[in-house]
Every structure is written in structure tokens, then in C-alpha cells.
Design a protein around this ligand. Structure first.
Ligand code: IMP
Ligand code: MG
Length: 178
């Protein structure tokens, strides 16, 4: 464990089990339909990669990049599209893949954006959820773990663009940002 990690919150093994559980749920729920997974860059990369490898049915993937955070540990509430979808999504069954839902600002913006583009359905799949931090009400259909209000890093999640490569989710030591 590196020194900036106060403690491991979700281990590699626990992540693996959650990925398998969610993949099985998706296979069941989307029986006879084809999912288009849309990963939100950059935080979702690890989860997205593991989830699509575990998912055994036919599917397509795409990515979007939005910015909401700047460089601190607080959400700004503003969402900008940094990279848009590369294909039309009308009529598609979309599963948005996200690393973590905090205030809910990012996902409520993205969901409205997809609805306006006439997707057939839009559901949200997140590895981590911080329910105590929610500012906007939003339905989240697939959740890996509900976690307490602590700033976490690893498995795609960053602080100032670092720590995304850790294979587990850890709590960032407060001394790093305070
Ligand atoms: P929201 O718009 O407030 O729900 O924030 C969602 C985005 O904020 C996520 O995609 C993350 O990039 C970032 N974020 C929220 N909480 C954390 C955290 O604990 N660690 C790292 N990034 C976070
Ligand atoms: Mg993010």
C-alpha cells in the first residue's frame, strides 16, 4: 500500500465479486436486447474494462468525457462535455458506466442529455455510490458499493489525476489535500 492511502476501502477481490454480480444482473435484465455501454472518462476505465470482459452477451461500447470537478475534492456543480459520443444513440439501450456518484450532478446532466437524443432506455451503473452526498435526486440501477463520505482514489478514481492505477479503492490520506 502506498503512503498516501489511509486505508483500503474496497479490495481487488471485493471489486471482482461486484463486477461479476453486476454482469450477471445485466445479462438477465437485458435478455434479448443489446446494451451500448457508455463509459465516462477517465474515472470509469478500470470498471468499464472489467465489466465488459465479464459481460458475456453481445454489446457495443463508447465513451464520453465530462468535467465537473476541477482539481479539488468538491464538485463544482457545472458539467462540460469534453468529449462527445462517437456514434448516434437513438433507439439504443444505454448503460452509463461511472466510477462514483457523489452529488449526482454529473449523471443527472448526462441522463437528460441522452434522453434528448432519443435513446430507447438509459440506466446507470456505478462502482461506488456516496448516498449521503446527493444533491440532486437520481435513479441508479446498478451499484457496486455504497460508501461513506470519504474521498477515495484508485481503480480509475483520481486526486489531481494521480492514483488511477491502484488496483483497489482506498481512502486518500487527509494530509495530501488539507
Ligand atoms: P458528482 O457529479 O458530484 O456526482 O461527481 C461525480 C464525479 O466526481 C465522479 O465521476 C468523480 O470523477 C468525482 N468524484 C466524486 N467523489 C470522488 C472521490 O471520492 N474520489 C475521486 N473522485 C470523486
Ligand atoms: Mg469522474
Amino acid at each position: 500500500m502506498i503512503k498516501d492511502v489511509e486505508r483500503v476501502l474496497v479490495s481487488e477481490e471485493e471489486i471482482k465479486e461486484a463486477v461479476q454480480r453486476i454482469a450477471r444482473e445485466l445479462e438477465k435484465d437485458y435478455e434479448g436486447r443489446e446494451i451500448m455501454f457508455v463509459g465516462l472518462l477517465k474515472g470509469s476505465i478500470a470498471f468499464m474494462a472489467d465489466l465488459i470482459k465479464e459481460y458475456s452477451k453481445t454489446c457495443t461500447i463508447d465513451f464520453m468525457a465530462v468535467s465537473s470537478y476541477g482539481s479539488g475534492t468538491q464538485s463544482s456543480g457545472r458539467v462540460n462535455i469534453v468529449k462527445d459520443l462517437s456514434v448516434p444513440i437513438d433507439g439504443k439501450d444505454i448503460v452509463i458506466v461511472e466510477d462514483i456518484i457523489d452529488s449526482g450532478n454529473t449523471l443527472s446532466f448526462i441522463k437528460a442529455y441522452f434522453a434528448a437524443k432519443n435513446a430507447n432506455s438509459v440506466r446507470i451503473c456505478t462502482l461506488l455510490n456516496k448516498p449521503s452526498r446527493r444533491v440532486v435526486d437520481i435513479d441508479v440501477e446498478y451499484i457496486g458499493f455504497d460508501i461513506p463520505d470519504e474521498f477515495v482514489i484508485g481503480y480509475g478514481l483520481d486526486y489531481n489525476e494521480h492514483y488511477r492505477n491502484l488496483p483497489y479503492v482506498g481512502v486518500l490520506d487527509r494530509s495530501v489535500y488539507s
